[in-house]
Design a binder for this molecule. Structure first.
Ligand SMILES: [Zn+2]
Length: 347
């Protein structure tokens, strides 16, 4: 197996073009000295061995490169790898990295991880960069993935258990998002007219869940074989007001607050939340409920109010309430084992 170090990547690609040596610019201009690294020539096996006296090495991948399944990519503690405009690095082999190393995906750069990646270094996705974790991709380890802009810049169909550091919340016109994920809870409410375009029956104040959530539900029904009826989907601010007031009148404010949202604080007003099949906690123990908990992320949903997360979410365990986030983000949240608030860093 060939272990590929940063400068080996570009060189390997260049070798494919028939070159026998390559030169990569060291981007560290802080020293005021422009240094560069020149590779040795290839040996008979086609393997390239590099040596460098540069300790703090910074390299940029700005072309299409791939590391084959039989090979590995190693990022050492003194390395910083930039994947920049036009750079697309596909790692079909394993990746290892050391604490202290850095991988920075910049605008127009793409890193594709299709195998096991031991992430001990810090990986940063800047605006316009993209991290793709393929179906067989598994990113684990004590390192972290910092998302600077949006969760849309991660496309995950594999698994990521390394820590994800989200961007800061952004509030615009009374609506808060974190990395593009709409956040609605007891701390972050939405305006009363939010979702008004979804209201189809003005008398009842009920309406349609958003298309993407509905499509995902249909996909999930088909895959699971369960009917998964919508007990409650979109609820307008007005409907939520009536429901909340009724619950407070019947159960008292303190109890109602553990399972009934105040108007403006309900995810149902987003059109992205659905109560499925039942409103009994025992639903979580049914075959359908278990299937939902284990699989809904593959279709873009998360169980929003998990068992044991009550102090964080502020709500009792609701095995029936799913929130649509899209397949990739839902998978990241599921893999993290965290409540959405913890995942988004707002708990
Ligand atoms: Zn609900």
């Amino acid at each position: 197996m060939k272990h590929t170090r940063l400068w080996g990547i570009s060189a390997a690609a260049i070798l494919l073009c028939g070159c026998t040596s390559t030169q990569l610019n060291n981007m560290d201009s802080s020293s005021g000295v422009s240094t560069s690294l020149t590779s040795s020539s290839d040996n008979s096996s086609g393997e390239v061995i590099y040596s460098s006296s540069v300790i703090e090495a910074e390299y940029t991948v700005s072309e299409k490169h791939s590391i084959s399944q039989a090979d590995s990519l190693d990022v050492f503690k003194e390395d910083t790898m930039y994947i920049a405009n036009g750079g697309e690095l596909t790692v079909d082999g394993k990746m290892t990295s050391e604490k202290g190393g850095k991988i920075i995906i910049q605008n127009g750069g793409v890193l594709i991880l299709n195998n096991e990646s031991q992430l001990e270094c810090d990986l940063t996705i800047e605006k316009g960069g993209k991290l793709i974790v393929g179906e067989n991709g598994k990113v684990s380890g004590g390192g972290s993935i910092t998302v600077k802009n949006s969760f849309d810049e991660i496309e995950c169909s594999g698994s990521v258990t390394a820590k994800i550091i989200p961007p800061a919340p952004v509030t615009e016109n009374g609506v808060t998002t974190v990395g593009g994920v709409l956040l609605v809870n007891k701390k972050y409410s939405i305006p009363s007219d939010f979702g008004s375009e979804l209201i189809t029956d003005d008398e009842a104040g009920t309406g349609l869940i958003r298309d993407e959530a509905y499509d995902a539900l249909c996909e999930m029904r088909e895959a699971s074989g369960y009917t998964m009826s919508i007990v409650s989907g979109f609820r307008s601010y007005r409907t939520q007001t009536a429901i909340y007031n009724r619950n407070v009148a019947n159960y008292g404010e303190e109890e109602a607050n553990t399972w009934s949202a105040k108007p403006g604080e309900s995810e149902h007003q987003t059109g992205l939340a659905i109560d499925i099949s039942s409103l009994e906690q025992s639903y979580g123990d049914t075959e359908e409920g278990k299937w939902l908990a284990e699989n809904c992320h593959k279709f873009g949903f998360i169980i929003r109010f998990q068992q044991g997360k009550e102090p964080i979410t502020g709500y009792i365990y609701e095995p029936w309430h799913v929130r649509y986030l899209g397949k990739s983000t839902a998978t990241l949240v599921y893999d993290s084992g965290l409540a959405l608030e913890e995942f988004l860093g707002v708990n």
